[in-house]
Write a protein that binds this ligand. Structure first.
Ligand code: SF4
Length: 64
């Protein structure tokens, strides 16, 4: 699974950090970034939840 955050869409609500701090972190400029491109198996469900809960729809996940 791959994940990315669209910095232009992210509004810095930090919901994703609350759900999966292992993958998401807040950049100095106030938007979230994904620390990994390839999501470890054990974190896939948390990343899916973070994407579903992001108020801006800034997190995209691809299942390959
Ligand atoms: S939940 Fe969405 S809007 Fe909020 S910091 Fe994460 S990616 Fe950005």
């Amino acid at each position: 699974m791959k994940v990315r955050v669209d910095a232009g869409v992210c509004a810095g609500f930090s919901a994703c950090l609350g759900v999966c701090p292992e993958v998401f972190e807040l950049h100095d400029e106030g938007y979230a970034v994904a620390r990994v491109g390839d999501v470890p198996k054990e974190l896939e469900e948390a990343v899916r939840q973070a994407a579903a809960q992001c108020p801006s729809g800034a997190i995209s996940v691809s299942e390959d």
